[in-house]
Design a protein around this ligand. Structure first.
Ligand code: CA
Length: 228
């Protein structure tokens, strides 16, 4: 099977060429855009399988490109991996909330970049988890029908909110959720309405899961993820 077609959006020429070289070497095909305007045009014309999107661009910036891609039917579902610099946590959070799939912080090695692209493509290709099917991961069993969680075969008592939180994170392992996304997805009776409340729920959930609690990872400045 042919590798995917990737749209690289990056205004720094040396980084752009390095990425293109490595993707072609791995068998991907690539299109290159140096501005946000060009990115939107190429995304529409070439319908890439994935967009690598630098956030700091001249003209229309990366976040605006992300927002526009998500709004237009041909690219609404196209995976987007943001290329970000250290200290851009606020932009990362904004990008994830606009629907970007993942991000990678510069500087990165070509090996890590290619691995990340393959992971995102694989995740997108995987069938969505059935809402009512039992989820098994890292020795944790989540039974949506019975609202029950087993760790190493032993039942763990969770509140409604903790259960929803675990279901959300474990349902998409490796995926980073921002606190805002968590607040929106998890509306329990013991309400979670603030960032701080999300953090408190996570602490409680980790404690109840015991050893398995370590699979819930904090992504500093961004949110939480269940280890892949
Ligand atoms: Ca840039």
């Amino acid at each position: 099977m042919a590798e995917a077609h990737i749209l690289i959006v990056e205004d720094e020429e040396d980084i752009l060429q390095l990425i293109e070289y490595n993707l072609l070497k791995e068998g991907f095909t690539a299109a290159c855009a140096r501005t946000g305007e060009e990115a939107l045009r190429l995304a529409r014309d070439e319908q890439p399988d994935l967009v690598l999107l630098d956030l700091m661009l001249p003209g229309i910036d990366g976040l605006e490109v992300c927002r526009t891609l998500r709004r237009q039917p041909p690219t609404a579902m196209t995976p987007i991996v943001m290329l970000t610099a250290k200290g851009e946590e606020a932009d990362i959070v904004a990008g994830l909330e606009l629907g970007a799939d993942d991000y990678i912080t510069k500087p990165f090695t070509p090996k890590v970049l290619v691995a990340r692209i393959r992971t995102v493509l694989r995740r997108r290709a995987a069938a969505p988890v059935e809402k009512d099917s039992i989820l098994r991961i890292h020795g944790i069993e989540i039974h949506p029908g019975r609202h029950e969680v087993l760790v190493g075969g032993k039942r763990v008592e969770l509140t409604f909110t903790e259960f929803r939180l675990l279901q959300l994170l474990a349902g998409r392992p490796g995926w980073v959720f921002t606190r805002y996304q968590i607040v929106n997805a998890v509306r329990g009776e013991d309400y979670v309405v603030t960032d701080r409340a999300v953090d408190v729920q996570i602490v409680g959930l980790r404690k109840k899961l015991g050893e398995a609690g370590r699979y819930i990872e904090t992504v500093r400045g961004v949110g939480y993820r269940f280890r892949d």
